[in-house]
Design a protein around this ligand. Structure first.
Ligand SMILES: [Zn+2]
Length: 248
């Protein structure tokens, strides 16, 4: 099971297989106990069988971070599109692998030039150091879709301008501050900005099969449950590469 543990089952969204946007959706760790437990009882609609070729340690991050980036890519991206991924962390390193497997031309935007080698190993074709002001200007009107996986504040206008007309900026990272956007690139270029939460149960099943078939795998660090606080400290200090898995 992933982040979502339940939904009403009766609303328009639930009836159309979009349980992840149900207004009564319940989170695994936020609406009850059991997220860190060795056993939990849960609505069977939110439980998934894991393909044989994915071990539990790799499947766990796919069920949350994986589907969070897979869902917007699967909805908005087609083969051969130019796709940008902002940030190469827990979400970003999976987004790059999915976009590459979809057949897209993938660019990573990062403030850490040291991550270029890893970005290319995950399937990125290009790497842009966003601290280089000129680099952003060079890619104006380029991308069909840019996915933001970062929680820091960045210059969103630069990314809006990097989209080609009718392109879309998708948000799955959550910056602390409000997102400020210049109106004219949005209006003149017929561009869109959207967000999305995790993915539906049917998207999770599809994503697991896709990951198994295409070798999409999170890079994980394993901690015993008894060391959960050390794992959380490592996560808070931004040292996790790229997802931490707790083992009971
Ligand atoms: Zn519902």
């Amino acid at each position: 099971m992933g982040w979502e543990a339940g939904s009403c089952g009766e609303c328009d969204y639930c009836l159309h297989g979009e349980e992840n946007v149900c207004l009564s959706a319940r989170g695994t760790c936020t609406h009850g106990y059991g997220g860190y437990a060795s056993a939990i009882r849960v609505d069977r609609r939110f439980v998934f069988s894991i393909p044989e070729s994915l071990d539990s340690e790799r499947a766990a991050p796919l069920l949350c971070g994986g589907v969070t980036v897979y869902s917007p890519l699967a909805q908005h991206v087609r083969p051969a599109m130019r796709v940008g991924v902002i940030g190469l962390g827990g979400l970003g390193h999976l987004a790059v692998q999915f976009a590459h497997a979809f057949g897209c031309e993938v660019t990573v935007f990062s403030t850490s030039p040291g991550k270029e080698t890893e970005a290319r190993r995950f399937g990125a074709h290009h790497f842009i150091n966003t601290r280089d002001a000129g680099a952003m200007e060079k890619v104006a009107n380029t991308f069909h879709f840019i996915l933001s996986t970062v929680s820091g504040d960045v210059n969103w206008g630069d990314y809006l301008k990097a989209l080609r007309p009718k392109g879309r900026l998708g948000m799955v990272g959550a910056p602390a501050s409000d997102i400020r956007l210049p109106a004219f690139p949005l209006i003149i270029g017929h561009r869109a900005v959207s967000g999305s939460p995790i993915g539906s149960p049917s998207e999770i099943r599809e994503m697991l099969e896709f990951s198994a078939r295409n070798g999409v795998q999170p890079i994980t660090e394993r901690f015993p449950m008894a060391q959960v606080n050390a794992a959380l400290d490592r996560l808070r200090s931004n040292q996790a590469r790229y997802r931490i898995v707790l083992v009971n």
